[in-house]
Structures are given as structure tokens and as C-alpha cells.
Design a protein around this ligand. Sequence first.
Ligand SMILES: Cc1cc2nc3c(=O)[nH]c(=O)nc-3n(C[C@H](O)[C@H](O)[C@H](O)COP(=O)(O)OP(=O)(O)OC[C@H]3O[C@@H](n4cnc5c(N)ncnc54)[C@H](O)[C@@H]3O)c2cc1C
Length: 711
Amino acid sequence: MHWVSILSTILLYCLSGARASPAKTIMYGKLPLVMTDSCMGVFGEVTWEYTSDALYASPVCTYEPALQSFLYCIYDTLHEKGHSNKTFEKALDAVKEDCSYYTDTLHNMTTSDFYDTLNNGTKYMVQYVEGSANLTYPVEMDAQARENFYHSYHGFYANYDIGHTYGGIICAYFVGVMIFAGILHYMNYTRFKTTLFKQKIVRYVRGYATLPTIGSKHASAISYLKIFTGFVPTRFEGIIILGYLVLHTVFLAYGYEYDPYNLIFDSRREQVARYVADRSGVLAFAHFPLIVLFAGRNNFLECISGVKYTSFIMFHKWLGRMMFLDAMIHGAAYTSYEVFYKYWEASKAELYWQFGVAALCLAGMMVFFSLAVFRKFFYETFLFLHIVLGALFFYTCWEHVVTLSGIEWVYAAIAIWIVDRLIRLVRLSYFGFPKASLQLVGDDIIRVTVEKPTRLWKAKPGQYVFVSFLHPLYFWQSHPFTVLDSITKDGEMVIILKEKKGVTRLVKKYLCRRGGNALMRLAIEGPYGSSSPVHNYDNILLLTGGTGLPGPIAHAIKLGKTSAAAGKQSVKLVIVVRGFDVLEAYKPELLCLTDLNVQVHIYNTMKVPLLDSSDSLSTSQKDEEGDGKGGFVETSLDKSSSPFEFDCAVFHHGRPDVEEVLRESTELSGSLAVVCCGPPVFVDKVRDQTAKAVLENSSKAIEYFEEYQSW
Ligand SMILES: Cc1cc2nc3c(=O)[nH]c(=O)nc-3n(C[C@H](O)[C@H](O)[C@H](O)COP(=O)(O)OP(=O)(O)OC[C@H]3O[C@@H](n4cnc5c(N)ncnc54)[C@H](O)[C@@H]3O)c2cc1C
């Protein structure tokens, strides 16, 4: 999808260049500004001995006694509020700015000119009497009237600022949560975490609140009529999302300063409509940076927190939904406001309005086409639409606010996006575009062997790369696959991929036409993701199956070569396979384990006598996706046999009893790290059983590392 992104960027750049330079967001609620506008408001109803032929005229800017009264209003109110002449002088800039719409005469006035005007005025100043007309002298307004206007304008303007502040707090919330997660993550490198995890309160929080799935669903999708599908957050993710939703709701509903006298707006209803419209609009824009950051592959928060990309995608989705909700509220509230004032027809013709409507429609389309059903069955189409609609959405939002305020949120998002794309390009170029050796193993597994660009390029166990197969028919697609260091040749890495229905199937067909072996040029971007820091635990239980084998096998090899070999750690690798083709694909790596201090248990779940090869393929795919029925079947075989000499492994029939496997590991002395990557149903089961083990084993530090990811 690189080309779609690049084209979208160029298109946006060209379109944006055609417009006026963007307006800088100002903090409207600042005192000098509010004071100036509220004093303008105070004199709005006063009639002066003044006429003007100008289409728009304001006596307070052009008629001397009115200007003197206006300046005195600002000066007096500021001093009543305990402010000095300095604040008054700042307000003079706002006076010039406001009056520049009506006259140029104030533009060249210096501060001392303004003081002269003010001092002249105070000599003749009289108290304003309600109902006076055709005034020819400066007047002093009643303090209460000034205060009422001040309150009214402050409520209106501060609402914009609060929106930006609240948006900033939402960003800070996620950054704060990630820093906290990072602290917990880096504790894995110390012994402190194992002590902490034994504390009763910590075990309870982890066992009940953060570790388990919600309703046994996380890696496996919920599904209704096979169309309404989606991923449920883990409880940890759920808590973070809930915190965000609460913040967002409070920020949308709280902190409005309504004016009981309706001095600016005609009624309370209009105030509510306008204030809610402004707040929701600003809040919607404040989502931009986080949404882009969380979808990016190079997210600094992922690096510092150790939180997986899949969690960030979960947050990205929720942020996107709430941004859309904000945009809908913004549109509905503004429409109601404009209809009330009968401005709607005129507003509809305004460019900013039309771009706003377009942005809302695009956001709706993005949310709709992001439904899990599209991602599952038409991932490439979803991605294409998401990028194109996203680029258009950016453009329309830009145009919507270019002369208003809030453009800085878009700047931030664009900057994040550009940095991500640049890093991606650097990563791609650094790896180069090597020719890889592809080998078909069994019916549906492909072993890819590829030379690393330099010895400096390293991927830790569980990390993944994005691979593009540089074939004219599908070179633009970029798919994540976990990498393994080659056992047989230094400087080489291995990717084992299983055929699905898209590009992997096309690659398989390509190989079939060439007798099962071929060379193909690849573009490789990575490595991405962090490796589970298991080395500080005394016992490591690695559970894996399906396409999830590379990470746990890489961990087993690494641990086996280091402290497990020295007898410091116990490492158990539990592999669940449906038939032995997959083992054949990992033959060198598994054979390497024979010499290492790693216990390997292999569970074969295949009903061999009942299936021909095509049945086997479809059933195994069903397993991968997790059909909600457990995903594993008992074998009818009396004896499983390995396809190659693999003496160090214990072979089992059927699926493993996860609870029992975990119990065996918890009985060993010392801390325990459980790592799991495999079919979704299996992963969810291991997560829940580990949470249970955490609650049941008071004297044991147990950590769970889920390496399965899906988005
Ligand atoms: C972090 C990670 C590591 C992975 N490691 C491996 C591995 O080592 N071996 C392996 O066989 N598979 C691995 N996968 C799965 C692999 O990425 C998909 O099987 C592959 O992208 C399917 O390509 P396809 O076009 O044939 O799929 P399709 O048949 O079009 O889709 C099959 C499924 O893959 C998902 N998918 C498709 N394209 C992408 C994409 N670009 N990004 C994310 N998901 C996608 C779809 O949602 C769909 O549910 C990994 C996935 C992730 C997220």
C-alpha cells in the first residue's frame, strides 16, 4: 500500500497549496481578548450622535467619545479585577485587531496615543443612564452590566480553550498510561517485579482485573451471523478504553459557563447548541494525533511501553469511533444553531461548511468500512479504502478549519504520519530488496529463507517484519510475519508462512508452478514489536500452535543456548499441531533444540485417517481462525509419529489440557513466564488459565506474555 499512501500525500499537498495560509489557533479565553469583546458588547446597545455610510460600522472604533468610553470600560474593569496597566496595554492589541474590521485609523496608534485618548475621555466621563440616546460625551457603564458581559463572553470564548485543553488531557492520559505500562514493562528486567507479583492485592488486580479476557474472547473474534464480528479488548485494554471514554464523556459534558442573561445568544437553547458544537468540534480535532500515532508502525509509545501494536490498533479504533461521534454531535448542534438563527441557507453555501459535511461523510464511511467483516474477508480493500478515505478526510478537515482554529491538531497528525512514513522508508531501504529462497513444505506451508542486510540487523524472538513479495501482481501488499534467526546459516533469517486466501495463496501457486522451490525478490520492513522479556524468570512455559510457532521456538532456542543450558532455567515448549507438515517446515530449528536444555511436548490434533489433503487444509484454516468450538479435535490415532528423528520431544495425541500443563509449571520452584502464540481460541484459553493460576498461586510470580497479534 506504499503507493496509495504516496499518491494520497501528493494529492493532499497539491490541493492544500491552493488555499489561503492557515489561521493560527489563539486562546480566545485570555483576559485582554475577553475584556475587549465584552466591552464592545457593553456598548452595543448604546446610541451615539453618530452616523456612518460604511456597510459595517462600529462607533466604539471610530467615534471619539465612544472609543474613550470603550477604553475606559476595559481599563476600569481590568483594574477592578486587580490587573495592572500591563494587561490593559495587552488589551490594546485586541482593540486594534477588533477595530481593524471597521477602520484603519487605530492601526497606527501607539500605546501613549491610547492613554491620551483615555485620559481626555475621563475628564468628561459621566455615568451612563439607561435609555439615554444620541450621546456626544464619554460614559461610564455600570459595574454589574460590565461584569455580566464579561461573564457571557468569557463563557463563550473559554469554551474553545477548554476544548483544546481537554483534548490535550486526553493525549496526556494515553501518554501517562503508556509511561506507567513502560515502568511495569521495564520491571521485567529487574527482580522487583517478581516480588511485586506475589503481593495479594497485585495478584487480585491481575487475576481479576487486568489479565483475563472479557467473556473468553479476545484473540478470537465475537461473531453474530458471521457478519457482525469484532475483537473484544482484554480487561487491561478495556480499563484503558473505559478511562478514556469516561474522560471523553466528562469533557464533552462538563465545564460550560452559560449566561443567564443571554447577552450574546438569543436563548439558552442557542447557547447550548453553540457551546456543545464548539466543544465537540475541538475535541474531535484533538483526536487526530493519537489516531495517526496509534495506527503507525513506528509509534514511540509502543517502544517505551512494550504494549503491543494490536492494543494500539484497539485504541485507534475506539478513538476513531469517538472522533466520529464528536463530529456528528458537532454537525447536529451547529445545524440546530444555524437553523434557529435562519443562517442555515447562507451557511450551506460557505466553503468551510461544505468541507465540514464532506469530512463527516468521509468519517462515517471510514468507520463503516472498518467493520471487522471487511478486514477479515477483504483486508486489502479495507486498507486501500482506509488510506484513500483517510487522506480525503484529512484534506476536508484541513479546509474546514483553515481559516478558523484548531489546525495545529492536523499539523501534529501530519507530522506524526510523515515521520512514520520516513522511518518506514529508511527501514525498507536498510534491508534492501534481497532475493529470498521460497520452499513449499507440505500442502500449505512456505519456508522463506532470506539473507540479512548486515550483521547489525537483528530481530529478537517474537519480533516480526512486513513482507512485500515483489511480483507484478501483488508487489504493493505488505504483510506481517514473525522472523526467526536461521540455525543453519549465520546472517540468514527464516519466515514460515501458512497459506491463507490472499497473497499467501498466490505465492503458493507461484511455487507450485515451479516445482515447490523458487527465488523471489522481497521488500522487508522491520523488525517490529518487542520481544517478551522472559529471561529473568526461573521457569518459562512456551505454548504455541498454528502459525504462531516462530516466536516461541525462537525463545526456546535463545533460552536453551544461554541460561537454560547452564541449568539456571527450566524451559518447556508445548507445540500444538494439526499434522506434521508444520514440523517439517521448522525441522532445522526443532532439531537444534535436541541439543539444548529445553523440554519439548508436541500435541498432534489431526484425525489423519478421516481427512484427505483438501479437508485437512480447510479444517486447519478453521482452527487458525478459531470457530469458537475449541479449535482442536481429539485424534483417533493410537500413536503419533514424527516425520523426522526428533528424540528430545514427547509426543501426545489430541489437544493439551492447558490447565494441567500450567499446573505442572506452577509446581516448579521460582517464578514463571508463560508465553503464548497460536490459534485464537487456544490463546484466549491460555490467558484465562494463567489468570486463574495467578490467583491460585499466592507464593509465585507468574507473568503472561501474549505474542499473538491480529488487527
Ligand atoms: C504480528 C503478526 C505476525 C504474524 N506472523 C505470521 C507468521 O509467522 N506466519 C504466518 O503464516 N502468518 C503470520 N501472521 C499472519 C499473516 O500476516 C497473515 O496470515 C497474512 O497477512 C495473510 O495474507 P493473505 O493475503 O494470504 O490473507 P487473507 O486470506 O487475505 O486474509 C487472512 C487473514 O489475514 C489478515 N490479514 C491479511 N492481510 C493482513 C495484513 N497486511 N496485516 C494484518 N493482517 C492481515 C486478515 O484480516 C484475514 O483475517 C502474522 C500476523 C501478525 C499480525
